[in-house]
Design a protein around this ligand. Sequence first.
Ligand code: ADP
Ligand code: ASP
Ligand code: MG
Length: 408
Amino acid sequence: MALIVQKYGGTSVGSVERIEAVAARVRAVHDAGDQVVVVVSAMSGETNRLVELAHAISPEPEPREFDVLLATGEQVTIALLAMALNRLGCPARSYTGSQVHILTDDAHTKARILDIDEARVRHDLDAGHVVVVAGFQGVDEHGNITTLGRGGSDTTAVALAAALKADECQIFTDVDGVYTTDPRVEPHARRLSRITFEEMLEMASLGSKVLQIRAVEFAGKYNVPLRVLSSFEDGAGTLISYEEGDMEKPVISGIAFNRDEAQLSILGVPDKPGVAFHILGPVGAANIEIDMIIQNIGADGTTDFTFTVHRNDYDKARSILEKTAAELGAREVTGDAKIVKLSLVGVGMRSHAGIASKMFETLAREGINIRMISTSEIKISVVVDEKYLELGVRSLHSAFDLEQSETN
Ligand code: ADP
Ligand code: ASP
Ligand code: MG
């Protein structure tokens, strides 16, 4: 008898019919004799609707109240799924995050899971029930409802799988696995049968929203076998696991992109010690995360400094930067919110030279200007104008033969 945690995303539970289809899928696993814990998201569009409702009342709702509201979406689907399972003769019980003690810190809207008391879940499983748990939510030590950040149901599922030492954590979604890039942007994208935690983490961090970053981090840390599968068709999906000796090491596994970034520059800053801290300190103090940073080599005693932030933070970061520019006597502040970051990811890059130049050559051939570059052992990222997103992804996908075989 195996213990399986299954997670179904918003589209997979987007209507009564789809909830019934999920129930049938879960029942089949239960009937085969396995224990099943199901984590569900809110019905598709529901979390966005709740966000809009909150903003219709207040531009900056208190994070505590925001979380009380956002957590309601998942409470609807757990109850409906448990009803659908019971109706099929498959005994099921639903629980909110706080009922099964998904203890988190108190960072409302982006809380981290600290601990799960699995006793209640185990008790129900041993009694032959399917346990249905609300994704995306937890409770802090004072009993306040928290949420885990958008896409957080993935993390609930992985955390439950780790706590219960499940045999596998299966993420059911509207694509049949992890692809070489988002198949909505490149229709020739190819499904990967396997990908390492390291590559998946890099893909997620660089913008591939198929799995929440923290879910991949958690699965890697606790070595939870993780699989991405389609809710709508059968198939093996994509297994995310540690690199094994005999595993093929493709030079490039995939292309990630991020449309959520914006670029800011401060030009003509006096070039002296402490200037980076003076510029970035206030941005960090305002809780704004900085991604890529470039400082040019100084000339004439001044230097230019460019960095990227989340688009939602662009206005706030820009006004902080304008204040800093006045203090430092910098020449000017410029910015652009219409940029995207394209990244090539692959563990095989470690042992391969020439990937960066091939990437730059490909983009140059398409007339795509590169604004910023950043590299690590297993990725190369560039910032380009937003209008080049599709062209950039497709030309790189083809230049690196990603539609072809598992290896290249
Ligand atoms: P769910 O609601 O089930 O959590 P998401 O919308 O969060 O689903 O994630 C699935 C989506 O992720 C897909 O529809 C796809 O457009 C997108 N996606 C982005 N990058 C990839 C990729 N590399 N492979 C597969 N899907 C991807
Ligand atoms: N319902 C939440 C969201 O839309 C969590 C999730 O779907 O994973 O972000
Ligand atoms: Mg998701």
